[in-house]
Design a protein around this ligand. Structure first.
Ligand code: NAD
Length: 497
């Protein structure tokens, strides 16, 4: 753990096993609620000292810029720390998981310098002459609870704006993937973030994460993870009416319109669903296809997905790695059974790949399920595996209805040649991000988050700093003349001379 600028161990340890080999890659301190309390105390003291919270934004920006540069310099080491814990392939981690990290961190570094921390607003609304200052101030102590799939990046989406605004942070990574974030804490400290401003506590979510969510000295909890835990975080945070932001699950619908370029749409639909073995919250896991082209599309998907290469995550040629754990593999297999029982057809994959290599690690074949209807469990719940469900629609209105018929609303997309038609469909899809003729395109300058039960608030974009600041209005009266004041609303008698 990393508390108050020091490495801290614990009485017990958890093992981190490489999902591709099941070998122990590292052991990690198993923190407790007491460690969470110690980290919050350090964060509070650092905040109150003003060493970071009262630094000029330009100075914070300079320190954060150095951190972004260091992340870039250590990219390969960070990729290594991440893929042996979360099972991403080196190609995916270099491109996305870790590859995005320097630019995303730099975005927040620059935002620290350009954000409107203070606005002066003269107004004639008051009876006396006044001026007004609208200030954005840091919230205090922010807890960042992060899942295993993109630990460094999803951590940065919280740590970046939190630090840019002058807050202190306590990070709670997933038990399986603390390593890259632990390194980020060290880098931040080395680059000049004062002790106590950035802390990391490991340990079980229901103990350490829950303690942070309910802690009276934590001002905000930012969480990415499952919708079920998101609800629990909201409940725990309500005791002290904390600021809460949530990025939760998804069941992204890809609407394939009948004029789409199928070369782009078939590869794009597989990219949208199967990247990182489908373990991305915004994955497009339901592909909606018009009845008149359904069979042709399914055939072409099967043909292209059959070429996906599973294997060593450390090999740049590998397309697909394992899933995160044995539990997750078994859960995915359970979903496939439920689909078959409900009458759907597994037209590709559906099991553990054959061969000696796949007797170690947690593997699932790339899987395509046809004849899925939107009422089936596979269409309603997050699978978090390399499984694409293909559904049939009768007309555009039916496609939109099915796409929106979900408790989730994180992502959706349209494959189409006619952009006016695609935009019309996009305007009716209820999701936080809509991709037209692409998927997984994320820019740190543009907001990301969910409608409905996919979350609360938005990460990234200029608005991200709003989510890590309080708004303060300072009213400055410029009138010294008592007669011009309206104190007589209370004091009807003039003062004695
Ligand atoms: P999870 O909700 O089980 O765990 C996420 C984090 O919460 C972990 O750090 C965990 O230790 C902690 N946690 C668990 N129980 C807790 C509790 N009771 N109180 C406080 N903290 C607790 O999620 P997961 O299975 O690890 O991750 C996968 C889920 O995350 C999927 O549902 C996926 O869609 C979602 N996700 C969403 C986004 C997004 O941006 N919307 C991004 C990535 C993942």
């Amino acid at each position: 753990m990393f508390i108050d600028g020091e490495h801290v161990d614990a009485a017990e340890r958890d093992e981190i096993r490489d999902p591709a080999t099941e070998e122990i890659y590292a052991t990690i301190a198993r923190g407790t609620a007491a460690d969470a309390d110690a980290a919050v105390a350090a964060a509070r003291a650092a905040f109150d000292s003003g060493a970071w919270s009262r630094l000029a934004p330009a100075e914070r920006s300079a320190v954060l810029t150095r951190i972004a540069e260091r992340i870039g310099e250590e990219l390969e080491e960070l990729v290594d720390l991440e893929i042996h814990a979360n099972g991403a392939t080196v190609r995916q981690a270099t491109g996305f998981h870790v590859g995005y990290a320097p630019a995303h961190f730099l975005y927040f570094a620059e935002l620290a310098a350009s954000y409107h921390w203070e606005r002066h607003v003269p107004t004639a609304a008051y009876p006396t002459m006044s001026t007004n200052v609208i200030r954005r101030e840091p919230l205090g102590v922010c807890a960042a609870i992060v899942p295993w799939n993109f630990p460094l990046l999803l951590g940065i989406w919280k740590i970046g704006p939190a630090l840019a605004a002058g807050n202190s942070v306590v990070i709670k990574p997933d038990e399986k993937t603390p390593l890259s974030l632990l390194r980020l804490c060290e880098i931040a400290h080395e680059c000049g973030v004062p002790a106590g401003v950035i802390n990391l506590v490991t340990g079980p979510g229901p103990e350490v994460g829950a303690r942070l969510a309910e802690h009276p000295d934590v001002d905000k909890v930012a969480f990415t993870g499952s919708t079920a835990v998101g609800r629990e975080i909201m409940r725990l945070a309500s005791g002290t009416v904390k600021n809460v932001s949530l990025e939760l699950g998804g069941k992204g619908a890809q609407v394939l319109l009948d004029d789409a370029d199928l070369d782009v749409a078939i590869d794009g639909a597989l990219f949208g669903c199967m990247l990182y073995s489908g373990q991305i919250c915004e994955s497009g896991t339901r592909l909606l296809v018009s009845a008149n082209m359904y069979d042709q599309v399914v055939d072409r998907l099967v043909d292209r997905a059959s070429s996906l290469k599973l294997g060593e995550t450390t090999d740049f040629d590998t397309d697909l790695g394992p899933v995160i754990s044995a539990r997750q593999r078994d859960r995915v297999l359970g979903f496939l059974d439920s689909a078959k029982d409900a009458g759907a057809k597994v037209v590709l994959g559906g099991g553990i790949p054959r061969g000696e290599r796949f007797t170690r690690g947690y593997w699932i074949e790339p899987t395509i399920i046809a004849e899925v209807t939107n009422e089936m469990k596979v269409a309603r719940e997050e699978i978090f595996g390399p499984v694409l469900c293909v559904l049939r629609y009768t007309d555009e209105a039916d496609a939109i209805r099915q796409a929106n018929d979900s408790q989730y609303g994180l992502s959706a997309g349209v494959w189409a040649a006619d952009y006016e038609r695609a935009l019309e469909v996009a305007s009716r899809l209820r999701a936080g991000t809509i991709w037209i003729n692409n998927w997984h395109q994320i820019d740190p300058a543009l907001p990301f988050g969910g409608y409905k039960q996919s979350g609360l608030g938005r990460e990234l974009g200029r608005g991200a700093l709003d989510e890590y600041t309080e708004t303060k209005h300072v009213h400055i009266d410029l009138t010294q003349n008592l007669e011009r004041h309206i104190f007589d609303a209370l004091l009807s008698t003039p003062p004695r001379k």
